[in-house]
Ligand binder design. Structure first.
Ligand SMILES: [Zn+2]
Length: 221
Protein backbone atom coordinates (compact mmCIF):
# COMPACT_ATOMS: atom_id res chain seq x y z
CA UNK A 1 0.00 0.00 0.00
CA UNK A 2 1.36 3.40 -0.99
CA UNK A 3 1.58 6.26 1.55
CA UNK A 4 0.21 4.30 4.56
CA UNK A 5 0.93 7.03 7.14
CA UNK A 6 -0.94 9.76 5.25
CA UNK A 7 -3.89 7.44 4.55
CA UNK A 8 -4.11 6.37 8.20
CA UNK A 9 -4.11 10.06 9.19
CA UNK A 10 -7.11 10.61 6.87
CA UNK A 11 -8.89 7.71 8.63
CA UNK A 12 -8.13 9.04 12.12
CA UNK A 13 -9.22 12.61 11.34
CA UNK A 14 -12.39 11.43 9.54
CA UNK A 15 -13.39 9.38 12.59
CA UNK A 16 -12.75 12.32 14.91
CA UNK A 17 -14.88 14.61 12.73
CA UNK A 18 -17.66 12.00 12.56
CA UNK A 19 -17.59 11.65 16.37
CA UNK A 20 -17.85 15.41 16.72
CA UNK A 21 -20.87 15.64 14.38
CA UNK A 22 -18.96 17.53 11.67
CA UNK A 23 -19.30 14.57 9.27
CA UNK A 24 -22.99 13.58 9.39
CA UNK A 25 -23.43 9.87 8.50
CA UNK A 26 -21.36 9.46 5.30
CA UNK A 27 -21.56 13.21 4.53
CA UNK A 28 -18.37 15.24 4.71
CA UNK A 29 -15.03 14.39 3.14
CA UNK A 30 -11.44 15.55 3.05
CA UNK A 31 -8.25 15.66 1.02
CA UNK A 32 -4.67 15.70 2.31
CA UNK A 33 -1.71 16.72 0.14
CA UNK A 34 0.85 13.89 0.15
CA UNK A 35 3.55 15.40 -2.06
CA UNK A 36 3.84 17.65 -5.11
CA UNK A 37 1.74 15.27 -7.25
CA UNK A 38 -0.58 13.26 -5.02
CA UNK A 39 -3.47 13.75 -2.62
CA UNK A 40 -5.18 11.29 -0.26
CA UNK A 41 -8.99 11.55 -0.44
CA UNK A 42 -11.74 9.91 1.63
CA UNK A 43 -13.70 7.24 -0.28
CA UNK A 44 -17.26 7.82 -1.46
CA UNK A 45 -20.24 6.76 0.72
CA UNK A 46 -18.20 4.93 3.34
CA UNK A 47 -18.94 4.51 7.03
CA UNK A 48 -16.10 6.44 8.69
CA UNK A 49 -16.15 4.15 11.73
CA UNK A 50 -15.29 1.06 9.65
CA UNK A 51 -13.06 2.76 7.04
CA UNK A 52 -9.46 1.54 6.83
CA UNK A 53 -6.32 3.10 5.40
CA UNK A 54 -6.53 0.88 2.29
CA UNK A 55 -9.98 2.38 1.54
CA UNK A 56 -8.52 5.89 1.31
CA UNK A 57 -7.88 6.84 -2.32
CA UNK A 58 -4.61 8.23 -3.62
CA UNK A 59 -5.24 10.51 -6.60
CA UNK A 60 -3.03 12.54 -8.89
CA UNK A 61 -3.83 16.17 -8.11
CA UNK A 62 -3.45 17.28 -11.74
CA UNK A 63 -6.13 15.02 -13.28
CA UNK A 64 -7.70 13.07 -10.36
CA UNK A 65 -6.61 9.72 -11.77
CA UNK A 66 -6.61 7.12 -8.96
CA UNK A 67 -3.22 5.53 -8.33
CA UNK A 68 -4.16 3.49 -5.24
CA UNK A 69 -7.15 2.69 -3.00
CA UNK A 70 -9.81 -0.01 -2.71
CA UNK A 71 -12.84 2.22 -3.22
CA UNK A 72 -14.23 5.02 -5.36
CA UNK A 73 -13.01 8.48 -4.32
CA UNK A 74 -15.36 11.05 -2.78
CA UNK A 75 -17.69 12.78 -5.24
CA UNK A 76 -16.25 16.04 -3.90
CA UNK A 77 -12.68 15.20 -4.98
CA UNK A 78 -12.95 17.86 -7.69
CA UNK A 79 -13.85 20.51 -5.12
CA UNK A 80 -10.86 19.61 -2.93
CA UNK A 81 -8.59 19.57 -5.98
CA UNK A 82 -9.71 23.12 -6.85
CA UNK A 83 -8.59 24.23 -3.39
CA UNK A 84 -5.27 22.38 -3.36
CA UNK A 85 -4.35 23.46 -6.91
CA UNK A 86 -5.16 27.13 -6.26
CA UNK A 87 -3.72 27.27 -2.74
CA UNK A 88 -0.23 25.79 -3.01
CA UNK A 89 0.34 26.94 0.60
CA UNK A 90 -2.43 24.60 1.82
CA UNK A 91 -1.91 20.94 2.65
CA UNK A 92 -5.49 19.97 3.52
CA UNK A 93 -9.06 20.68 2.44
CA UNK A 94 -12.00 19.49 4.57
CA UNK A 95 -15.70 19.66 3.63
CA UNK A 96 -18.17 19.26 6.51
CA UNK A 97 -21.87 19.39 7.31
CA UNK A 98 -21.08 20.89 10.76
CA UNK A 99 -24.35 22.06 12.37
CA UNK A 100 -24.02 25.82 13.03
CA UNK A 101 -22.06 26.67 9.87
CA UNK A 102 -24.50 24.60 7.79
CA UNK A 103 -27.41 26.51 9.36
CA UNK A 104 -25.70 29.79 8.44
CA UNK A 105 -25.59 28.72 4.78
CA UNK A 106 -29.39 29.20 4.81
CA UNK A 107 -29.05 32.90 5.72
CA UNK A 108 -27.81 33.83 2.27
CA UNK A 109 -24.86 36.03 3.19
CA UNK A 110 -21.16 35.81 4.05
CA UNK A 111 -19.95 35.91 7.66
CA UNK A 112 -17.74 38.80 8.73
CA UNK A 113 -14.87 37.84 11.04
CA UNK A 114 -14.07 40.35 13.82
CA UNK A 115 -12.20 38.32 16.44
CA UNK A 116 -8.40 38.54 15.79
CA UNK A 117 -7.78 34.83 16.48
CA UNK A 118 -10.61 33.84 14.16
CA UNK A 119 -9.28 36.24 11.49
CA UNK A 120 -5.86 34.58 11.73
CA UNK A 121 -7.42 31.15 11.13
CA UNK A 122 -10.23 32.04 8.72
CA UNK A 123 -9.43 35.36 7.05
CA UNK A 124 -11.39 38.64 7.10
CA UNK A 125 -14.68 37.02 6.02
CA UNK A 126 -16.23 33.67 5.20
CA UNK A 127 -17.67 33.98 1.67
CA UNK A 128 -20.90 32.27 0.64
CA UNK A 129 -20.58 30.16 -2.51
CA UNK A 130 -23.84 30.03 -4.50
CA UNK A 131 -25.82 26.79 -4.63
CA UNK A 132 -24.94 23.96 -6.96
CA UNK A 133 -25.64 20.23 -6.46
CA UNK A 134 -23.12 18.12 -4.51
CA UNK A 135 -20.40 16.41 -6.46
CA UNK A 136 -20.83 18.45 -9.64
CA UNK A 137 -18.28 20.38 -11.66
CA UNK A 138 -20.73 23.26 -11.33
CA UNK A 139 -20.15 23.36 -7.54
CA UNK A 140 -16.36 22.98 -7.77
CA UNK A 141 -16.31 25.70 -10.46
CA UNK A 142 -18.25 28.11 -8.23
CA UNK A 143 -15.93 27.37 -5.32
CA UNK A 144 -12.90 27.79 -7.59
CA UNK A 145 -14.03 31.29 -8.55
CA UNK A 146 -14.62 32.20 -4.88
CA UNK A 147 -11.19 31.09 -3.62
CA UNK A 148 -8.99 33.82 -2.19
CA UNK A 149 -5.39 33.59 -0.97
CA UNK A 150 -6.30 35.16 2.40
CA UNK A 151 -9.49 33.16 3.13
CA UNK A 152 -9.44 29.63 4.57
CA UNK A 153 -13.18 29.03 5.11
CA UNK A 154 -16.18 29.06 2.74
CA UNK A 155 -19.90 28.41 3.18
CA UNK A 156 -21.65 26.37 0.47
CA UNK A 157 -25.22 27.62 0.16
CA UNK A 158 -27.85 25.28 1.71
CA UNK A 159 -25.20 22.60 2.06
CA UNK A 160 -22.18 22.91 4.38
CA UNK A 161 -18.70 24.35 4.68
CA UNK A 162 -15.18 23.83 3.36
CA UNK A 163 -11.96 24.88 5.09
CA UNK A 164 -8.31 24.67 4.11
CA UNK A 165 -5.03 25.18 5.93
CA UNK A 166 -1.27 24.85 5.87
CA UNK A 167 -1.68 21.49 7.67
CA UNK A 168 -4.51 19.17 8.63
CA UNK A 169 -4.26 20.47 12.21
CA UNK A 170 -4.54 24.09 11.04
CA UNK A 171 -7.56 23.12 8.94
CA UNK A 172 -9.24 21.48 11.94
CA UNK A 173 -8.65 24.65 13.98
CA UNK A 174 -10.29 26.66 11.17
CA UNK A 175 -13.33 24.33 11.23
CA UNK A 176 -13.72 24.81 14.98
CA UNK A 177 -13.30 28.59 14.68
CA UNK A 178 -15.90 28.67 11.90
CA UNK A 179 -18.38 26.71 14.03
CA UNK A 180 -17.88 29.13 16.93
CA UNK A 181 -18.34 32.15 14.64
CA UNK A 182 -21.47 30.62 13.08
CA UNK A 183 -22.94 29.87 16.52
CA UNK A 184 -22.39 33.50 17.58
CA UNK A 185 -24.09 34.67 14.39
CA UNK A 186 -27.13 32.46 15.04
CA UNK A 187 -27.34 33.55 18.70
CA UNK A 188 -27.28 37.21 17.62
CA UNK A 189 -30.06 36.68 15.11
CA UNK A 190 -32.21 34.85 17.66
CA UNK A 191 -31.65 37.69 20.17
CA UNK A 192 -32.69 40.25 17.54
CA UNK A 193 -35.79 38.20 16.74
CA UNK A 194 -36.73 37.96 20.44
CA UNK A 195 -36.10 41.68 20.97
CA UNK A 196 -38.31 42.37 17.96
CA UNK A 197 -41.20 40.56 19.63
CA UNK A 198 -40.86 42.86 22.66
CA UNK A 199 -40.16 46.17 20.85
CA UNK A 200 -40.86 45.73 17.15
CA UNK A 201 -39.73 49.12 15.85
CA UNK A 202 -36.18 49.36 17.26
CA UNK A 203 -35.44 45.68 16.73
CA UNK A 204 -36.71 45.83 13.18
CA UNK A 205 -34.44 48.81 12.52
CA UNK A 206 -31.41 46.90 13.90
CA UNK A 207 -32.27 43.94 11.71
CA UNK A 208 -32.58 46.18 8.67
CA UNK A 209 -29.23 47.80 9.51
CA UNK A 210 -27.66 44.34 9.61
CA UNK A 211 -29.19 43.41 6.27
CA UNK A 212 -27.99 46.70 4.74
CA UNK A 213 -24.46 45.97 5.92
CA UNK A 214 -24.54 42.45 4.42
CA UNK A 215 -26.77 42.39 1.34
CA UNK A 216 -28.84 39.23 0.95
CA UNK A 217 -27.17 37.83 -2.10
CA UNK A 218 -24.64 35.22 -2.94
CA UNK A 219 -21.08 36.39 -3.23
CA UNK A 220 -20.82 34.11 -6.23
CA UNK A 221 -23.80 34.18 -8.56
ZN1 LIG B 1 -21.56 17.81 1.49
Amino acid sequence: MKFPAERQRVVDVSRALADRGYFAATGGNLALRIDGEHIAVTPSATDYQTMEAADVCVLRLADLVKVDGERKPSVESGMHAQVLRARRDCHASVHTHQPAASACTLLGRPLLVDDPEHRRLLGPEVPLVGYAPSGTGWLSGKLGRALRPDVNAYLLRTHGAICCGTSLDATLLALVALESLALDQLRTRIAIRLAGERAPDTALQRLLDTIDAHPVQDVIA
